[in-house]
Design a protein around this ligand. Structure first.
Ligand SMILES: [Zn+2]
Length: 500
């Protein structure tokens, strides 16, 4: 029997319209850029979407996997026109070279913004359709924070959003997308989609699925998915830092018939709208957060989370207000990291392990959010910055933070890293000899993903309100392209859905 050929590709970026660092092609080369067979070694046995695609496809004897192109960069400012065009062109060239395909699996983020393009994932799908035609099924995976547009549905109805935050089900959604694609190819099944865009862009701070409003929404989605007519129900929180017309929340239901898919989508959308105020959180200042942490007596470390500078929300990882507080309090057994500062790492390298060096820490990429903090520090260890995630988020994935230095300034231990990266996995610290559980207070550049690995190791998380591009307060940003009426910037009256 002739094998059926299924292409796999990955193009991933979460873009912050107001972040200082533009995302150029180097950012993709640094994070992950793989072509053809390289994709197998990069993603096989990883708990990623592509890991999920591969596990389903390689188990099927009659399927031939056609690896195309995988490109991912750390969340940051908009992708440059040049980088997008280059990756799109390479993707289309690989598709042309692949000749005949019977299906295509794509891992996308859904909140990418290109300098001159608001909806690049839609453009990519459109271009892919011009190469492979309209008859070959495509299934995608999308981040829960995708700013999904209705036009995406014109190219395929088969999109699978993550249902966990921290996103520990990337692999599972890869498996779901691959299984559905095989069903569509092998059994000539056809399903419909119902999509509702909501006039809201909730901040993601209280979007964890362990508890709170997103937990309730996902529980409802799982319950609705158990109906025989429903294949998949995705709830997208959106990414409110993309200044684009299609910003914000949506729901997408894949079903066997339109009537039931529409009913389920409206049910979820109504529920989402009703819960909107639960997504808003008031946070303590840095000083209040530190005071609170110092007042607690816990067995395990307390985390002060600098959410406004979280690199996976496009922060530069080098703002200094929280670091300044750690240095000024100078409390024993405290750890801060990872602070992006390649210049200081180089100075540590020149000084050598065991020696003291004067450093101006951080505040170089985003000086508007705090100036460098001057310290005299002892260099305790240096590394190349390469480690493998051990926690559930992006498990087993190789991470390269382009060099690292473990230093001590007064009583405070600090991890410096060579490029922005959230402290989502303890291996970021352990690979250089830091054991995060041996401290009483951790100051981390994180938001929510880190909790997948850190929750068992810590006693409490205190989210603090420091300045930064990923601030919880959306009123800080000068939007130009979002819809005029959108919650929470406008308290709008939205009753259309409630009629159903
Ligand atoms: Zn996300």
């Amino acid at each position: 029997m002739k094998k059926l050929r299924v292409g796999i590709a990955f193009f991933y970026h979460e873009s912050h319209s107001f972040a200082p660092l533009k995302t150029d092609i180097e950012a993709f080369y640094n994070e992950g850029y793989f072509k053809g067979d390289e994709i197998f070694s990069a993603y096989s046995a990883t708990k990623t979407e592509v890991g999920g695609f591969l596990d389903v496809l390689t188990k099927e004897e009659h399927i031939e996997v056609v690896p195309l192109l995988c490109a991912a960069a750390t969340p940051a400012g908009p992708v440059s026109n040049e980088a997008y065009q280059l990756i799109e062109k390479e993707m289309l060239t690989e598709l042309e070279k692949a000749d005949h395909l019977d299906g295509l699996l794509l891992a996308l983020h859904g909140a990418m913004v290109v300098e001159d393009l608001f909806d690049p994932e839609e453009k990519l799908l459109k271009e892919i359709r011009t190469v492979i035609g309209n008859d070959i099924p495509i299934a995608t995976t999308l981040d829960m924070h995708a700013n999904l547009s209705a036009r995406m549905l014109e190219h395929t109805p088969y999109h699978f959003g993550f249902k966990t935050y921290p996103h520990v089900d990337m692999y599972n959604q890869g498996v779901n997308a691959a299984k559905l694609l095989l069903e569509v190819i092998l059994e000539q099944k056809n399903y419909v989609a119902s999509f509702i865009k909501l006039p809201m862009m909730p901040p993601s701070i209280n979007m964890r699925t362990e508890e709170g409003p997103m937990h309730d929404l996902m529980e409802l989605a799982f319950q609705l998915e158990s109906e025989p007519s429903i294949i998949n129900a995705s709830v997208f929180g959106g990414f409110p830092y993309s200044d684009i017309p299609m910003v914000g929340a949506s729901v997408l239901v894949i079903g066997r018939d339109q009537t039931n898919a529409d009913r389920v989508a409206k049910n979820l959308a109504n529920q989402f709208w009703d819960l909107r105020n639960d997504f808003i959180m008031q946070l303590p200042t840095v000083k209040e957060g530190m005071k609170h942490a110092l007042s607690l007596k816990e067995q395990k470390p307390i985390v002060l989370a600098d959410i406004s500078d979280n690199p996976l929300s496009c922060g530069s990882g080098d703002t200094t207000l929280l670091l300044e507080e750690f240095i000024s309090v100078n409390h024993p057994h405290t750890l801060f990291g990872g602070l992006t500062d390649p210049e200081s790492i180089e100075r540590c390298r020149m000084a050598g392990v065991g020696n003291e060096v004067m450093l101006d820490l951080g505040g170089k990429i985003s000086p508007d959010f705090g100036r460098p903090v001057q310290v005299i520090a002892k260099v305790l260890a240096l590394s190349d910055g390469v480690f493998y995630n051990s926690g559930p988020f992006n498990q087993h994935l190789r991470v390269d933070v382009k060099g690292a230095a473990y230093i001590r300034a007064g009583e405070v231990d600090i991890l410096l890293i060579g490029r922005p990266m959230s402290a989502n996995d303890p291996e970021m610290f352990r690979h250089i000899g830091i054991e995060p559980t041996s401290y009483t207070i951790l100051g981390l550049k994180v938001k929510n993903h880190f909790r997948a690995a850190f929750d068992p190791l810590i006693s409490k998380v205190i989210y603090v309100d420091a300045p930064g591009v990923a601030s919880n307060d959306l009123k800080h940003f000068s939007y130009k392209n979002i819809p005029e009426k959108i919650w929470p910037l406008k308290d709008i009256d939205y009753t259309e859905l409630m009629e159903v």
